[in-house]
Design a protein around this ligand. Sequence first.
Ligand SMILES: [Zn+2]
Length: 448
Amino acid sequence: MKKSNQLRKNNQLRYKNFTAVIGLEVHIELSTKSKMFCGCSADHFGRLPNTQVCPVCLGLPGALPYVNKEALLSTLKLGLAFGAQVNNFSKFDRKHYFYPDLPKGYQISQYDIPLSQGGKIGEIRIRRIHLEEDTAKLVHQTLDGKKVSLIDFNRSGVPLVELVTEPDFNDPKDVVGFVKEVQLIARYLGISSADMEKGSMRLEANVSVAKDAKVPDYKVELKNINSFKFLEKAIVLEIARQIKLITSGEAVVQETRGYDEAKGTTFSQRTKEEAQDYRYFPEPDIPPLRFSDELVKEISRSLPELPDQVRKHLISEYGVRADYSEIILADRKRVEFFEKAAGLGREENISPTLIAELMVNKNMDKDFPEATGLIKRILELTRRQYAKANAVEKAVKKVVRENQKPVNDYGQGKVAVLGFLIGLVQKELKGKGDSKMIKDLLVVELEK
Ligand SMILES: [Zn+2]
């Protein structure tokens, strides 16, 4: 965390007496088989529009929702992975608002009692993690020369986790580091592809700036950000915009803003609603949820090894470089491959650092479906290296034996003859020798 403190300092310098205050909302679509409150398939990406729908997820009057248990368990897993407190009693609530992607006029979400509260990643505190249903997808197109908006209900009702952090970030770079870690954790838990491009992970940032360490009384919500790169850029732009406003004596309006990559600006979308505008009330069609301590313990025990634990293993147990370990642990399969190869390598005296190096720099694990293949290849390469070293050593010995005068000169401190001797060895090897290897072996031989 030293690095992030340093960044924070740099950041504060850059913003002079202003400090950015940033909180995050991360939406993660769960990869459950069925949707949150009906039996329709939740796997909606790239499917023919409106083919995975039923009265429940179309919001038809009288249709009754029933809860997807798998989605509940996945959300609890995520909370427990962050060390959150699971609420033994929880419930769903209706969040009312009008938009064409929400035919019921309300979204089933969670208001005052989310599935879990608290937890941390590094220094960033998590406020809450709750479960809700995703909305339908609006597709804006031009049909017969007219601009139209089409609605695809395949996404309507897909389980969606919302993770909200405390406003603990001061540096946009830390925000990106955090969401990358959340993405990794979701993938390690196997609860979501957390793929930004497919929209299974979506980000919103609440940005405000504090002047002279005074807590800001507003926040601007940045929406529709679809890559890590844009997230950082959008926040940086927004901080600059707010500082400019405040410096010129204007107040920053509490609102929702989008990000325009082409123009390099954020733009106003709508003024931000307050919680009371949503008229939350308990969902009457779904009974409250209860989770026993035993169940919570059982889920905790079932958690797989998480990215941070893997990180520690790779660095401290295997001695892998920190940057290499990040590359390897970004893909769970590569971690498994590495661990297997390192185990096999131990028997053959092949160091785990060499294995990591070949995986990261030469992508060698991609060439071999099995770790044993990589190990065989490494052995082959070292054997070849060994054969080369043998030939050089032979030539060195011959040159030393047959050129007593320069050898004696070297013994008397005339180091300059080394170049001449290297030339002779190279001649023996018909110019195919590795000059560094020749020099090393020659020095060893001369100093015997
Ligand atoms: Zn349905």
